[in-house]
Design a protein around this ligand. Structure first.
Ligand code: AGP
Length: 612
């Protein structure tokens, strides 16, 4: 997710753009840049770092312009750096472009351009698309608009692009597919943004650009067309949202927004990698270490917090599908206890931020001892990503809420794809089960969307139990780490004490805690362990405990035994955690809100723990 801003009109463009970028930093913040168009030509200023750092670095430069575009980046291709920052300029220097999205076939396009003598100054897919557009314009001697149309018909993936052309100084060309673009309509001026926050103070008249539409924008003219060059009448709407609400996409908190983003973020995580029809999983950062993984004596998952819970689930998945011994280590313990690490061990470091100090040092130590380090990380170009030999990004976009939600399910999606890929290559999973799991994995985004539609029922349960002083979370098998994750979410968001436990372990002591005031949350989706979990529910009921259960749709037995239920769709037990965690995320969120907690910034916590 990146933030994009544009302006064309009578005002100075730069102040509008830089302020708009600051409002969009929640969408990405690893590098930023502006391109300004004036009578002295095209000027591009860009650098790694936040918007304020760019602003400071160009004080005193020639910033006069009435047309401009700006970009704050969330890296997907090419790590955060000055050279990979947007805007990019074409080979001729006459075009400047910013882009939000992923061009999936950029490698092919780049090969074609290199064969024609093009050279590239960045590692980005954006620079490839820009020069592809310029090559078409040059070759066909056509307009820039026509060249964009032709180029976008060749492109696969998602994009919003804003283009400046030195030969048409007052015009911005924009196009979108899969990423958001809003055009603000002013009097003799137009504004552009990833959302309406950069334009809200200037106009509340907006046009939402749809997929496969292209816009040619001048100060006093907005032309909208489809890729077939047919004109479309712009539908101008009146905005009734306030600024703060827009940055949160209309949600009250970033945490709730990110919980509801999960159908899209899991889809983004699978896109370009999982092909359930063809039965392929494409992950170049894993493929190049496939032999080491297949022949590893053991795999060690190293992480902290929620990411550690993802590692626990991955342990069950890898051992089931790959028949490789897996250990899961708290990074903080692993780094200090002088662990036995043999050459050829594979370490999988799991981290949303990619900057967690304990995890970073743990893998540094392991790397020195000859282990192969694979990173499953969300922030592109982060320290853990750069320290790892290989790995795969989770592509969940910036996670602003301190409590990790969408990053967790994206971690599970990536780890599941790795295990499926390795198990299939190793021959420890049958073709039939492999294809079945690929098909089911492909359906997870929809099933998460279905689960999110049950949010009102979860909200009612949160109201009912929000004053409890303690909670127990219980699960077995793949759902045991989900129970741990649910307990952590409740603790960190509502400050209520909660403990996750293997359901079967209750009888070895903790069942002494159970009485009529103790809510016990069972993660009890239909799986190999279901009958045993039902017995555990009966043990709790017999002691007057209150049973709240996450159950598979249609599970009458568990419904009968539970005081309250939260329903998820049927799914293979290996994939079920991506569903069963959703009601627990919502439960912690709604209880936290009901208790008046700061759910986006809980007390004592930080989004990234870069200290020991
Ligand atoms: C999760 O809700 C917490 N905020 C925290 O446990 C987090 O998962 C942990 O600090 C690890 O962070 P990382 O994934 O960025 O390494």
């Amino acid at each position: 997710m990146c933030g994009i801003v544009g302006y064309t009109g009578p005002r100075e463009a730069y102040p509008i753009i830089i302020k708009g970028l600051k409002r969009l930093e929640y969408r990405g913040y690893d590098s930023t840049g502006v391109a300004l168009q004036s009578s002295t030509g095209l000027k591009v200023y860009k650098k790694k770092g936040k918007v304020a750092e760019l602003e400071e670095s160009i004080v005193g430069k020639d910033l006069h312009a009435n047309v401009g575009i700006g970009h704050t980046r969330w890296a997907t291709h090419g790590e955060p750096s000055d050279r990979n920052a947007h805007p990019h300029q074409s080979a001729s220097g006459k075009l400047a472009m910013i882009h939000n999205g992923i061009i999936e076939n950029y490698t092919q396009l780049k090969k074609e351009l290199v064969s024609k003598g093009y050279e590239f100054s960045s590692d980005t897919d954006t620079e490839v698309l820009l020069n592809f557009i310029e090559e078409i314009k040059k070759n066909n001697e056509c307009s820039l608009e026509e060249a964009v149309r032709v180029a976008l018909k060749r492109v696969t993936g998602a994009y919003v692009i804003l283009l400046l052309d030195e030969d048409n100084p007052d015009t911005i060309i924009a196009a979108r597919k899969g990423s958001p673009l809003v055009i603000g309509v002013g009097k003799g001026e137009h504004f552009l943004g990833s959302d309406a926050s950069p334009m809200l103070e200037y106009t509340k008249e907006v046009v939402y650009v749809n997929d496969y539409e292209l816009a040619i924008i001048k100060p006093d003219e907005l032309i909208l067309k489809n890729l077939g060059n047919e004109k479309i009448t712009p539908y101008v709407q009146k905005l009734d949202l306030e600024l703060a609400a827009i940055e949160k996409g209309g949600y009250e908190h970033f945490m709730l927004k990110e919980i509801f983003e999960q159908p899209q973020t899991i889809f983004d995580c699978l896109r370009g990698r999982l092909d359930a029809e063809a039965g392929t999983i494409t992950m170049s950062g894993i493929q190049q270490y496939a032999d080491q993984i297949i022949n590893a004596n053991r795999i060690v998952m190293v992480a902290c917090g929620t990411s550690w819970h993802a590692g626990l689930i991955a342990e069950y998945i890898f051992e089931e599908l790959c028949r490789i011994n897996v250990e899961v280590e708290y990074a903080s313990e692993f780094r200090y206890r002088n662990p036995v690490i043999n050459k050829g061990d594979v370490i999988i470091a799991i981290s949303q931020s990619g900057e967690t100090a304990d995890t970073l040092v743990a893998i540094d130590n392991a790397k020195e001892k000859g282990a192969i380090i694979l990173g499953v990380v969300n922030v592109v170009g982060s320290s853990i990503a750069r320290t790892s030999h290989g790995g795969a990004y989770t592509h969940a976009g910036p996670e602003i809420g301190v409590a990790s939600t969408k990053a967790f399910t994206a971690q599970l999606a990536v780890l599941t794809m790795i295990a499926l890929k390795v198990g299939y290559m190793k021959g420890t999973i049958s073709q039939e089960r492999y294809m079945h799991l690929l098909k089911e994995l492909n359906e997870i985004p929809e099933k998460v969307a279905w689960t999110l539609k049950q949010s009102d029922a979860v909200k009612a349960i949160a109201e009912k139990y929000k004053d409890a002083r303690d909670f127990l979370y219980l699960g077995r098998g793949y759902n045991f780490p989900v129970a741990l994750e649910g307990a952590l979410k409740l603790k960190e968001i509502s400050y209520i004490h909660a403990e996750g436990y293997p359901a079967a372990e209750m009888k070895h002591g903790p069942i002494a805690l159970v009485d009529k005031d103790l809510p016990v949350v069972f993660v009890a989706t239909k799986d190999t362990y279901h009958e045993k979990v039902v017995s555990n529910m009966q043990e709790i009921k017999a002691r007057k405990g209150m049973v709240i259960s996450v159950i598979t749709e249609g599970d009458e037995v568990s419904t009968e035994l539970s005081n309250d239920v939260m329903i998820v769709p049927e799914a293979d037990e290996i994939l079920a955690p991506m569903l069963s965690v959703i009601p627990l995320q919502l439960l912690s969120y709604y209880i936290g809100v009901a208790k008046g907690c700061d759910v986006d910034k809980p007390r004592n916590l930080a989004k990234s723990v870069t200290v020991e």
